[in-house]
Design a protein around this ligand. Structure first.
Ligand code: CAA
Length: 377
């Protein structure tokens, strides 16, 4: 068993860590405070090839692979978690278009996603009454000549207002519950973007509802075959879950680093609080859990990179890393005490940002369903 990263992966790790520390982390608090979408960060990611990491150079991507992608995402998340989710969904959408799209779709969308030339990628599956039960969506797509006409609404769409292309799941045959995937472009007639949600954390990320009112989408914009939409969504989410797990490890690590730095400075009872065993135990537990999470993430990414099935392992990584990340941030706030609860220090933002990682791209409860189904099949 080899635990070493390749030279290229180490280079990417170092490059992204520097970028996140120097360029993203210093303004993460301001982005959070202003709930501002960090477009300049997305452009910087694009310049370094970090928005098209999962498709080949011949399509405008950087073809770095799932493991390098996971490392890069973790580093970005440690600097600015809002930027990381914008990056994650854009990469997920690019990968799905590469994998399931035809030549025309690849040519049309992939270079623009990788360069941010068309904007970000968005993924619209969830509806007001179809969250965890993703198969129960109600948005319909009815054939009309050389178009499909979409009707319905989507919620919690990351990057929605900044997307150059959105993958939208809709029922093409309602009675048979056949779900198909569509590539919807901004400005499509009947397509509108709702106002941004006011969230607890990840305030710089853009989360919107989308409405489709007799929205006309050319037939050539169907992604994959008719009825293949649910499979496309699940496949995309398998990879996406490695991304969210990586994000949780990155946020958890940032919180732990802040807590350690504070504990070494902060004096009580005549000595730095780092000298107290209660603090040491919290630091040790958080570090151990984050390391275990990292191993699960690496394993899932490695399986994906080597072309093997990784559905169960991605869910294991997601459930463990998101919960470990939450516990690490919780402990970091505890270590900082009153200072952990105010905005002067970053750990209260980390705690708010990490919270959603046990919820989006499949809740912890859904990950446990995926894992147990795979074991008991
Ligand atoms: N890969 C490929 N195909 C898959 C699959 C996978 N991982 N999982 C299931 N499928 C296929 C099955 O093989 C089955 O195919 P057949 O009909 O041909 O047999 C079909 O999909 C239906 O599978 P299930 O019977 O298992 O489906 P289900 O209705 O029981 O649901 C579920 C399974 C795992 C609970 C699924 O609904 C799920 O993942 N729910 C969570 C949804 C989710 O993660 N939403 C997040 C949205 S994105 C987001 O968070 C916002 C963002 O932008 C960040």
């Amino acid at each position: 068993m080899r635990f070493d990263l390749s030279d290229e992966q180490i280079q990417i790790e170092e490059m992204v860590r520097q970028l996140a520390r120097k360029a993203f982390a210093p303004k993460a608090a301001e982005i959070d405070e202003e709930s501002r979408y960090p477009e300049e960060n997305m452009r910087q990611l694009a310049e370094l090839g970090l928005l098209g990491m999962l498709f080949p150079a011949s399509r405008g991507g950087s073809e770095a692979g799932p493991l390098a992608y996971s490392i890069a995402l973790r580093e970005v998340a440690a600097g600015c978690a809002s930027t990381a989710v914008g990056m994650a969904v854009t990469n997920m959408v690019g990968e799905a278009i590469y994998r399931f799209g035809n030549e025309e779709q690849r040519r049309k969308f992939l270079p623009g996603l990788a360069t941010y030339g068309i904007g970000a990628g968005a993924f619209a599956l969830t509806e007001p009454s179809a969250g965890s039960d993703a198969g129960s969506i109600r948005t319909t797509a009815t054939e009309d000549g050389d178009h499909f006409v979409l009707n319905g609404s989507k919620v919690f769409v990351t990057n929605g207002a900044y997307a150059g292309v959105t993958i939208v799941m809709a029922l093409t045959r309602k009675d048979e519950r056949k779900i198909s995937a569509f590539l919807v472009e901004p400005g499509a007639p009947g397509f509108s973007v709702g106002k941004a949600e006011h969230k607890m954390g990840l305030k710089g990320s853009n989360t919107v509802s989308l409405a489709f009112d007799e929205c006309r989408v050319p037939k050539r914009n169907m992604l994959g075959a008719p009825g293949e939409g649910f499979k496309i969504a699940m496949t995309a989410l398998d990879g996406g879950r490695i991304g969210i797990a990586s994000q949780a490890v990155g946020i958890g690590r940032a919180a732990l680093e802040a807590a350690i730095a504070y504990a070494k400075e902060r004096k009580q009872f005549g000595q730095p609080i780092a000298g107290f065993q209660a603090i040491q135990a919290m630091v040790a537990d958080a570090a151990t859990e984050l390391d275990a999470a990292q191993m699960l993430v690496y394993r899932a990414a490695h399986l994906k990179e080597t072309g093997r099935n990784f559905t169960k392992e991605a869910s294991m990584a997601k459930v463990f890393a998101s919960e470990a990340g939450n516990r690490a941030c919780h402990k970091a706030v505890q270590i900082l005490g009153g200072y952990g609860y105010i905005r002067e220090y970053p750990v209260e933002r980390h705690l708010r940002d990490v919270r959603v990682t046990t919820i989006y791209e499949g809740t912890s409860e859904i990950q446990r369903i995926v894992i147990s189904r795979s074991l008991m099949r």
